[in-house]
Ligand binder design. Structure first.
Ligand SMILES: [Zn+2]
Length: 271
């Protein structure tokens, strides 16, 4: 099979280059600061750019805007490097190892190589790095539509112990299984069986499935999506008024048939 177009070559740091670039903690912190705040340090809590150096502690700042007595934060506050007592240099080394080994590296290998006291530490670090790397990879982008639907038979047709409350034709209480799905205009789909369609569930699903860099997020006017207003470019359509197409916004809830599963499942497919 013919190879697909090769992705651009990525420069890979060699070990000596890594050592030269990050000889000590200060070098790592300088690098992180420049990457994290290219326009100067901002408060990670409120975004305030007018923060003060903490005279007593290097790489610490104070924001007077979001706390009456001043919010103090460090270079790693709000990053994946928080909550371990491992130096930043260890973190960088772990990331370098994970990214330069062709087949990836297990937490156990990292643990042995780095000589960490506990395997848990290695596992935790690897996990945080992987989660950070996965962000926005595998999330839907462009124009994304999100909608809920209910699948499965009517409660009255089910075995008595599998019936939910109520007995209507859809919605919570009908005994049907709620599904929430996100579809990008490119055709990629993420769908998930959910326990309910309340605001917390819908919001969590969108944050997980949809990139924050979307050009438009379309939902129905259900208040379950209100919390996303400040977070996403959010457009709303009104099914009740028969609105299914408004310029770029249209949602067409397609009734997935039959298959329902109790376990949370997700599917990716291409139209
Ligand atoms: Zn602040």
């Amino acid at each position: 099979m013919a190879r697909a177009k090769q992705p651009p070559q990525i420069h890979q740091l060699t070990l000596p280059q890594f050592e030269a670039m990050f000889p000590d903690e200060d070098a790592c912190k300088t690098y992180l600061k420049a990457r994290r705040w290219p326009d100067g340090v901002h408060c990670p809590r409120c975004g305030n750019p007018k923060v003060y150096d903490l005279k007593t502690r290097k790489w610490h700042w104070q924001c007077a805007q979001c706390a009456p007595t001043g919010y103090r934060f460090s270079i790693i506050a709000g990053t994946i490097f928080e909550n371990t007592n491992k130096p930043l240099r260890d973190w960088f080394r772990v990331i370098h190892l994970m990214l330069t080994s062709k087949k990836g590296m297990s937490a156990r290998q990292i643990w042995r190589y780095m000589g960490f006291g506990s395997l848990e530490t290695a596992w935790y670090m690897c996990h945080r790095v992987r989660v950070a790397l996965m962000e926005d990879i595998g999330r839907l982008g462009g124009i994304v539509e999100v909608d809920e639907t209910f699948v499965g038979g009517l409660a009255k047709n089910r075995h008595w112990d599998k019936r939910g409350g109520g007995g209507g034709t859809g919605g919570i209480g009908s005994g049907k299984t709620p599904i929430v799905g996100a579809v990008s205009r490119k055709g990629n789909v993420v769908a998930r069986v959910v326990a309910n369609v309340n605001s917390a569930t819908l919001t969590a699903f969108v944050r997980e499935a949809v990139s924050h860099k979307v050009s438009l997020l379309c939902t129905d006017q259900s208040s379950g999506y209100n919390r996303l207003d400040g977070e996403y470019p959010h457009g709303v359509i009104d099914h009740a008024r028969g609105q299914y197409v408004i310029g770029a916004i249209h949602t067409r809830p397609s009734k997935a048939s039959g298959r329902s599963s109790n376990a949370a499942s997700s599917a990716h497919s291409t139209k």
